[in-house]
Design a protein around this ligand. Sequence first.
Ligand code: MSP
Length: 528
Amino acid sequence: MAAAKDTFYLTTPIYYVNDVPHIGHAYTTVAADVLARWRRLCGDTVHFLTGTDEHGENVARAAARRGMDPQDHVDDISPRFREMLSLLHVSNDDFIRTTEPRHTVRVQEFMRLLYDQDDIYLDVYRGWYCVSCEAYYTADDLAEGNLCPIHRRAVERREQENYFFRLSKYAPALLAAYQGDDSFVQPAVRRNEVRTFVQAGLEDVSVSRTSFDWGVPVPWDDAHVFYVWFDALLNYVTAAGYGADDEVFERRWPADLQLIGKDLVRFHCVYWPAMLLAAGLPLPRQVFAHGFLLVGGEKMSKTNATGIRPAELVDHFGVDCYRYYFLREISFGLDGSFSWESMESRYTTDLANDLGNLANRVLNMIASYCDGAVPDPGDRALDEGDAVEAALATDLRTAVAGMAAIDRLEFKRALEDLWVLVSGLNRYVEARAPWRLRKQGQTEQLHRCLYVCLDLLRVVAVLVSPVMPDAAQRLWSQLGVGDPLDDQRLPAAASQGLLAVGTATTRGPLLFPKLEEVGPGDLRADGS
Ligand code: MSP
């Protein structure tokens, strides 16, 4: 009996191993991780895939430059991407390398299926080739001066016998897919872009190469290897059990969300769905393309020598701030600039002052006024008849409802709404002034105020956990909640009054300690 899909399947692009990871790669990966953690918090079974794209001419050249055999080169670089994942506390469930047999064997089977049904045929290709993109361009695609539109490098005129995929045949089905389901390609600006591209007419596309051999061999013609893009795109199904385990595959496929940078739209929203249609497989439910990280106004990339390694920032700001900053600072679908100064300011204002100080103040007061134990608030829920508590209840609702923006990849919006609650709690503390209540001997009100703060800090810890899992865990431990943070599920965990009276809390260390004065100078905008 066929298994039913029961898993939220989420993917990132697989990264080229021609160089070590930079913050552009980490941007997609962290966003995907936040979504994966968020879906788990909402109770879904999640399968989160990432990995490395290891074949192709670029990788072979990078290996040659190092005087290395390509396999040795990829074996050396791929682990650097795994290190990035652990540095950034990414909770991926699988990591695929396209040189693994579980991938290469299935690529051959998939492509043979298309060849056997005459969706792949042999012909001569003539075109403009960009080695950095590993892609051919038509004359119309080229930037002024016959340059690659992405890398602004000279392209090469190439002619070779290739196998072609009958992409043109799938244009009507693709247009129907964009038309039929608005959420298939997101955001809308990207959907319009691919629709216009397909409407202009599709040409069949070359899927093999004979000029080098670092690729998956074409099983019916050993003079060819598959063009790296067709090998790479298939990782999303080979890693999900395609051809190897039907039950696993049916539980995962189609992917719920494929996250990509906007540079990969054509491959993921035209070629990829066409291949799936040809193989009779369902299309992913959504492909979402985010914007570029810019440094000095240019797309940050190794080729442009603007590459910044995640560790340079994590060393100074810590992993939580790293994860928070990019998602809070930049609207996910749009381009955005990284700057050292804006990261410093987010750390100090949002994290150290708004959240860190709040937790620290409240826990200190519990230690001094309540012997470190959660006090009895009387009624545990907020009193909507009281103006100050009613305002806080509204902030709580804003935060809980706002987090759902993560499902629309609106991370910035979700964090803004969550910070409405953090600010609301700060206002609440100022309004109630527990130090005054203490002085005036108003113990009942004092206990109520501090309970409300602790209990809503508990909710903040739960809600912020997909974005800052470490800080959330530290806060959770300080609050002394018995149930593990990982076992919390929404919406239940956001209910009021779940913190047990009498629970022992712990004060300090600070969630976000003051930053070291000196950061890596070359990352400062003014170069100082
Ligand atoms: N290997 C291909 C993808 C194959 S997927 C089947 C590839 N790799 S890449 O390493 O060059 O880039 C992969 C992804 O990294 C981009 O789509 C994007 O998600 C991310 N980014 C790389 N540079 C980036 C920025 N400067 N800004 C934001 N994301 C960037 O293309």
